[in-house]
Design a protein around this ligand. Sequence first.
Ligand SMILES: Cc1cc2nc3c(=O)[nH]c(=O)nc-3n(C[C@H](O)[C@H](O)[C@H](O)COP(=O)(O)OP(=O)(O)OC[C@H]3O[C@@H](n4cnc5c(N)ncnc54)[C@H](O)[C@@H]3O)c2cc1C
Length: 420
Amino acid sequence: MLRLQGINAIIAVIAVFTLLHLAFVPDQHTLRTTFSTLLGGISFLLMTCSVILATRLEVFEEMFGGLDRMYQVHRVAGTFTAVFALVHFFSIPKELPAGVDPVLNSTFPSAQIGMASMVLLVIGLFVALNRKISYSRWRNPHKVMALVYILVIGHFMNAPGIFFERLSASGLVLILAALVGTVALIYTMFGMNKRTATRFTIETVNSLERATEVVLKPVGDMLKFKPGQFAFVEVQGKGWSEPHPFTISSAPNEDRLRFTMKVLGDWTRKVREELKPGGEVIVRGPYGRFDASKTASKQQVWIAGGIGLTPFLSKLRAMEENDDREIHFAYAARSKEEAIFLDELQEIAAQRDNVTLYPLFSDEGDFARVDAAKERLPGQLTDYEYFVCGPKPMVDGLMKDLKREGVKRKTIHVEAFEFR
Ligand SMILES: Cc1cc2nc3c(=O)[nH]c(=O)nc-3n(C[C@H](O)[C@H](O)[C@H](O)COP(=O)(O)OP(=O)(O)OC[C@H]3O[C@@H](n4cnc5c(N)ncnc54)[C@H](O)[C@@H]3O)c2cc1C
């Protein structure tokens, strides 16, 4: 669930900048210049937020409620960056503010840099939001945004208004943000990957129904993670392209790391068809906050749709003997044949008094819906805390219906298997 701490921090920074900007308006600025530079400044602050969130640092996961939420905020901040930059561009007066020396100004190509960065920003946004452009095609061009960020710093540091006022209070906020953003950028480009990498060798590759289980043996120390967390898997070797995120389906105390990957596109198909034992894999992580162990309620409903099983698989495999939660676990699949690990789940449920398993097969008319929960759960729907992972239509439907039944949003935890 998105935590408000991070959003509040962003709002606070923008509010401070706005107050300082409006409180110290230079005499020679018109209302239009003030408004336009304000939007330009906010646009830069939002872009800095996007840059900082791309560092994937744990402290920000805490503030925003997980890496998937951070990327959602990153995307929204990026969209507003472009919108505000466009309004800034079209509203900034074309004539220089009074008191600015045109000769001195012409030595700094601020407007040209601003124009170039805005064009790249808008193209970048179009590519990022266009779902028809595949993730792998989008990923490398998206790195151009680092250059855009540096260009934007060049733009405002040389802009006539800011140039003469950069020691103004709001100008100082922008300079501070530029410093933090540049450090974040350098860390993301050169430090992040080294810090989060753990090496593994591939032990086995098991073909399941429409999915592949990859079992990894650590080369050195085992990766430390909590059940429900995910990591980026990067196969070493030619033609394997970028790292892909997968939830760890093994338990933290196992001596092997297991991922269960649904065959969806080129990369996951290649895993199934070409990945061989003995190869090397780098795992980066762990990330995520889909944690059912520290919740207010001991009565929990877990709902998995298809491959959304993986975080629950890890939680069940890791469950301690004395676990005192009451867990109702609905596992929805298209058919019994497609319900991977069903035998293991049934075995765990049979051994444990606190876990009740409800397999739901849509070919038999059973779906992961609220009416199914109402029929099966003892007590009221509002007595429980919910953990949901599965296809978007299933998750959206459940959220809507649970809220209609009076279940509070903060008691519904969702893991989204997508960043964009
Ligand atoms: C937090 C998280 C946990 C996940 N856990 C699992 C899991 O346990 N099991 C499982 O089967 N799937 C999981 N996924 C989904 C998995 O990452 C994608 O299905 C996989 O990357 C698809 O790659 P592809 O090239 O085969 O398919 P494509 O058809 O190319 O991609 C399908 C979709 O996957 C996403 N995607 C593709 N490549 C990447 C990438 N490099 N980084 C981020 N997203 C990408 C995009 O949204 C894309 O639209 C998880 C995703 C996230 C974000």
